[in-house]
Design a protein around this ligand. Structure first.
Ligand SMILES: Cc1ncc(COP(=O)(O)O)c(C=O)c1O
Length: 427
């Protein structure tokens, strides 16, 4: 582990060191943003988001979808749509947000291993672009909706190709033993295709797979394509979607393929395997992760001589549960001195009533880090805000988009009143 400053490839595209020596993003000093909007605060480089959406569309074409589970709010759904992406939604709730953002239903793709009949009805009535069917029970529900007179939706079939992606067990989804999709080796996938082809309740337009998340080895996708290629050739359907899952670098020694490099591997694999029709994808993390960072204020520093130093900030597992859920690593730095060496080793923890509430297990920070400092964790743009909670009744942070020297609030900070807005008042 080096003592070097945080590497620039973990920062948003439009991060720069200002004349004051502090870090600026999108033409604004991070310290001013923390002052104006409070902490914890999610800051996104809007031009970085737009650039990644455009890169995805250039690489895969207009059918490529943004997997909104990575980070969703009205502004993000609209941004991805405006930049030419379709929107992948995993629940009726995500669909509702996308529609409210002005995304036409025809540009939305509905996923989910347990879609309720109400979610399916809502999607079909809205004119959903595609439903990715995940189970035989879902086929039964689609039959029931057709019997009620709803039109037959265009569907893809989600196949689990039996590929073990090299990633964390909880985000691995391509293996046969998975709650998602129709197993390839069990014959369930072939059975699902036969059922779809024989059904007038649905119109089969494609095959779908998603082998997992945070996959760094693009060849893992090629291996999955090889598995489904014979079926794709036989069916000659208009579309094969390889899902999302492209990894991103979170810490200094990690490197990940770009969206364009990933698309090249995937498209070459499809061409070599003779897959007909268009190849598409639904990246989430690789669109938003490094566009975002979280700003916290340091509240307490507890030194246990000979053991460790705990640096506690004003957020924690409620705004970033990934370290607790997956043991994920992050870097930390001080926006007031982004070029400073980071020789001090500390554990960055949150303010929740849990010993496990940690944000950075082994953080490298500058020697002079002190109570009151603004501390930043980069690459928190994916699965931070979207997986956040109100645990301990800590209000959720605000989210700002910055670009060209101005900041726009896209999600306001929760207030304490928000914490009881669903409660039935007591007499
Ligand atoms: C079906 C599907 N597509 C796309 C994604 C997005 O994956 P990522 O954010 O890793 O790109 C996921 C993530 O869970 C998924 O389940």
């Amino acid at each position: 582990m080096s003592d070097l400053p945080v590497p620039s490839h973990l920062l948003p595209d439009n991060a720069s060191v200002g004349s004051d020596g502090a870090l600026w993003v999108g033409g604004l000093p991070l310290l001013d943003l923390a002052e104006e909007f409070g902490t914890p605060l999610f800051v996104y480089d809007e031009d970085h988001l737009r650039a990644r959406c455009r890169e995805a569309v250039a690489a895969f074409g207009p059918a490529v979808a943004y997997a909104s589970k990575a980070f969703l709010c009205l502004a993000m759904a609209r941004l991805a749509y405006d930049e030419g992406m379709a929107i992948d939604v995993a629940t009726g709730g995500e669909l509702f947000v996308a529609l409210r953002a002005g995304v036409p239903a025809s540009r939305c793709i509905l996923h989910g291993n347990n879609k309720s009949i109400d979610e399916l009805a809502m999607a079909i009535e809205a004119g959903i672009g595609r439903i990715v069917v995940d189970s035989f029970d879902e086929f039964d529900r689609l039959d029931a909706l057709a019997a009620r007179g709803l039109p037959a939706p265009r569907i893809s079939i989600r196949i689990t190709p039996g590929i073990e992606a090299h990633t964390h067990e909880f985000v691995r989804t391509g293996q046969e033993d998975s709650k998602f999709g129709f197993g390839w080796h069990s014959g369930a996938a072939a059975e699902a295709v036969a059922r779809a082809q024989a059904s007038s309740s649905v119109s089969l337009v494609g095959l779908h797979m998603h082998i997992g998340s945070q996959v760094f080895v693009a060849e893992n996708f090629a291996a999955a394509i090889e598995v489904v290629a014979p079926l794709a050739r036989e069916l000659d359907l208009p579309e094969l979607c390889i899902g999302g899952g492209l990894g991103v670098a979170y810490v200094e020694d990690e490197e990940a393929p770009t969206l364009s490099q990933w698309a090249t591997v995937v498209k070459n694999a499809c061409r070599d395997a003779g897959v007909p029709g268009r190849v598409t994808a639904e990246p989430g993390r690789s669109i938003v992760a490094s566009a975002g960072m979280t700003l916290y204020r340091v509240g307490t520093i507890k030194e246990i001589p000979g053991v460790r130093t705990y640096v506690a900030v004003d957020g924690g597992m409620s705004d970033n549960p990934r370290p607790v859920l997956y043991g994920s690593g992050y870097e930390a730095f001080l926006p007031r001195s982004p070029g400073a060496a980071r020789p001090r080793r500390v554990r960055v923890v949150g303010k929740h009533c849990e010993s496990g509430d940690l944000l950075v297990r082994k953080a490298k920070v500058p020697e002079d880090l002190a109570v009151g400092d603004i501390l930043a964790t980069p690459v928190t743009g994916a699965y931070g805000h979207s997986m956040g909670s109100n645990y301990n009744k800590v209000p959720r942070p605000a989210v700002v988009f910055v670009a060209g020297g101005s900041a726009r609030l896209v999600v306001r900070r929760e207030t304490t009143e928000d914490l009881i807005r669903l409660d039935v008042p007591v007499a």
